[in-house]
Write a protein that binds this ligand. Structure first.
Ligand SMILES: [Zn+2]
Length: 197
């Protein structure tokens, strides 16, 4: 089974200017592409899980989102990185009735886990709102709350949720210990080789 980084979209990958659905409004947050590349290099799948109630509100269509997604994918390919899958909740309870996929419900993550054979317990949810970490916890993932307001929310967060200023800081928290372990293993191997020679 694979490990994944589940990513919120607006406010985590790109600037949240409200109902982003045109490429003109997509602004990458600093350091995001490099962080995504390092996650990939460490063997994580990258899966976007995003509430898009603008669909239920009739502000844009599935085609608009697909067009934006294709453009974002091209941008990423130029930087030698990519997203493995995108999952959206198109609902809004007031308009379409309750659903099991709108975060804080874990439906998008559970759906992705089934599709992509993901081990949820060894995966992470990274997002900038409380409902992102609630969805991640409900799915059985480890969670990082990113963004400028994370520290203010920290006292009211469920136990075990990590707070980081932005996605690159979340990446350092998640991959730091793994890279450290790899270094220790490499050093041990080198020492064993030295003592054999
Ligand atoms: Zn939904």
């Amino acid at each position: 089974m694979k490990r994944a980084i589940f990513l919120d979209r607006d406010g985590t990958l790109n600037k949240d200017s409200g109902y982003v659905h045109r490429k003109e409004d997509w602004i990458w947050l600093p350091g995001v592409l490099q962080a995504l590349r390092r996650f990939r290099a460490a063997g994580y799948l990258l899966v976007v899980v995003s509430n898009q109630s603008g669909l239920a509100r009739g502000m844009f269509t599935q085609e608009d989102l697909a067009t934006l997604e294709a453009w974002v994918t091209t941008q990423m390919e130029e930087k030698n990185v990519g997203i493995d899958a995108w999952y959206y909740c198109p609902h809004l309870p007031e308009i379409t009735g309750p659903c099991s996929c709108r975060k804080p419900e874990p439906g998008l993550l559970l759906h992705a886990a089934r599709d992509l054979d993901i081990d949820l317990a060894r995966s992470w949810m990274v997002g900038d709102s409380l409902r992102d970490v609630q969805a991640g916890l409900a799915a059985g993932c480890q969670c990082v709350l990113v963004g400028p307001t994370g520290r203010e929310k920290a006292p009211s967060l469920p136990a075990g949720v990590v707070v980081a200023a932005h996605l690159p800081a979340a990446e350092a928290h998640i991959l730091g210990p793994e890279l450290h372990r790899m270094r220790v293993v490499r050093q041990a191997r080198t020492q064993a080789e030295d003592s054999n020679s």
